[in-house]
Design a protein around this ligand. Structure first.
Ligand code: ARG
Length: 419
């Protein structure tokens, strides 16, 4: 009799390979492995073959780069999403898509469970589990690494005992995750936030010191907030990002060193490489500076932060996300135009921006003859603008401290001794 099936998110690495066998033994399920191409630069067909050799009854490998870019990456760019002002969210954006595709195949294979290789200390378990619980509350969730609680040595012993193929991957000195929006690198020597990341932590970027002396200029075109062209030529989103990763990486752009606040209550030190993401965020932001009003720019910083937190915290499939996205789409409708970007020794400089919808108006800004700004209106404006501050100074501050002495600020800590 056929056994019940589980869909396992399979990376081809040690943990998920061991998980195939472990789920077989522990839960008695047949394992269907799921692997996708998010632009991480791996041969997913080779991973699929490995899954089958490792004991999966079926293995799926699919290219979801376009879905990833159109539904996850570019919307996050339009939202200006940098977690804690630094991290472009590559890993966080990939998880809900992987989980959603797994639910899709769980239905197709009539599976009873889904499984992932996340540990019990990270954010990724949250992103997977919450997505599964939201889209398919009937499916059982198995998280082998969180459940078996083995040391590295115990895991390797289990692998040897069951003849599971080991690769160089099991000797890796860092824990990494990557897709076309960026690479995440943690653990090993990086766990000491005082230690400078060694050269071995980086794969996509050269050390800025070794970058070419000659700067390189490119032009990026946007349409309603989405990047659509490079150097005047229309390009597919995934290709554009991959090309920018190569170009900016060569100039030492994209290294991020962050001690971040995880959802699960710990601070962790992570190194990111996101050359294309950083260039695009920088260019996009500059285009917004000429196309959004001052008020829209100010307000959007709140939306960007709320959006980043929501995505980082695994709440992709929430109504609030839908609501924020409605704002963002509307807010981006005139963010169309071109940005010139110079890359040099680890830095991105925006050197020019233009838009058919630009709110930068020469006839308002110029000091030359073409000036149409009504300077005579300024005096009256200034008088009203400053009126309350002038009144306050006269009746409060210029009179000195209230009651003749400076205010003692109250403590928020009540005394222990209350007798
Ligand atoms: N800290 C990042 C996040 O929560 C990346 C997590 C995965 N990192 C890794 N090195 N495996 O989105």
């Amino acid at each position: 009799m056929a056994r019940d099936k589980v869909i396992l998110a399979y990376s081809g690495g040690l943990d998920t390979s061991v998980a195939v066998k472990w789920i077989n033994e522990t839960y008695g399920y047949d394992v269907v492995c799921y692997t996708c191409d998010l632009g991480q630069g791996q041969d997913i067909e080779a991973i699929r073959q490995k899954a089958l050799r490792t004991g999966a009854v079926e293995a799926i490998a699919e290219d979801v780069r376009n879905l990833f870019v159109d539904y996850f990456v570019f919307p996050s760019l339009m939202a200006g999403a940098l977690y804690e002002g630094k991290y472009p969210l590559a890993t966080s954006l990939g998880r809900p898509l992987i989980a959603q595709r797994m639910v899709h195949f769980a239905r197709q294979f009539d599976a009873k469970a889904v499984a992932h290789g996340c540990t019990g200390k990270g954010n990724d378990q949250v992103r997977f589990d919450v997505t599964f619980q939201t889209l398919a509350p009937d499916l059982k969730i198995i998280a082998p690494v969180r459940e078996w609680r083995w040391t590295r040595t115990e895991e390797l012993e289990y692998a040897h005992k069951h003849g599971i193929e080991l690769e160089a991957a099991s000797q890796k000195i860092f824990s990494t995750d990557q897709n076309l929006w960026g690479r995440s690198v943690e653990a090993g020597v990086l766990e000491d936030p005082w230690v400078e990341p060694p050269a071995a932590a980086f794969e996509w970027t050269v050390d800025p010191i070794d970058a070419p002396n000659q700067p390189e200029e490119i032009e990026i075109g946007f349409d309603k907030g989405r990047p659509v062209s490079l150097n005047g030529k229309e390009v597919d989103g995934a290709l554009l990002i991959q090309e920018l990763n190569r170009l900016a990486g060569k100039h030492g752009i994209g290294r991020i060193d962050h001690v971040e606040n995880r959802l699960v209550g710990i601070k962790s030190r992570e190194i990111y490489e996101a050359p294309g993401a950083l260039v695009l965020h920088e260019a996009h932001r500059e285009l917004e500076f000429i196309t959004l009003t001052k008020e829209a720019t100010r307000f959007k910083t709140f939306v960007s932060q709320a959006y980043s937190d929501l995505i980082y915290n695994g709440l992709w499939f929430s109504a609030l996300h839908q609501d924020l996205m409605a704002f963002i789409a509307s807010n981006q409708q005139y963010v169309t135009g071109q940005v010139k970007v110079k890359m040099h020794k680890g830095r991105v400089y925006v050197t020019g921006r233009k838009s058919e919808f630009s709110l930068y108006r020469y006839e308002l800004a110029t000091y030359e003859k073409a000036d149409q700004y009504d300077s005579s209106a300024a005096q009256g404006f200034i008088k009203i603008h400053g009126l309350m501050q002038v009144t306050q100074a006269k009746h409060q501050m210029l009179r000195g401290p209230a009651g003749g002495h400076r205010l003692e600020l109250p403590s928020i800590l009540p005394p222990n001794d209350i007798n």
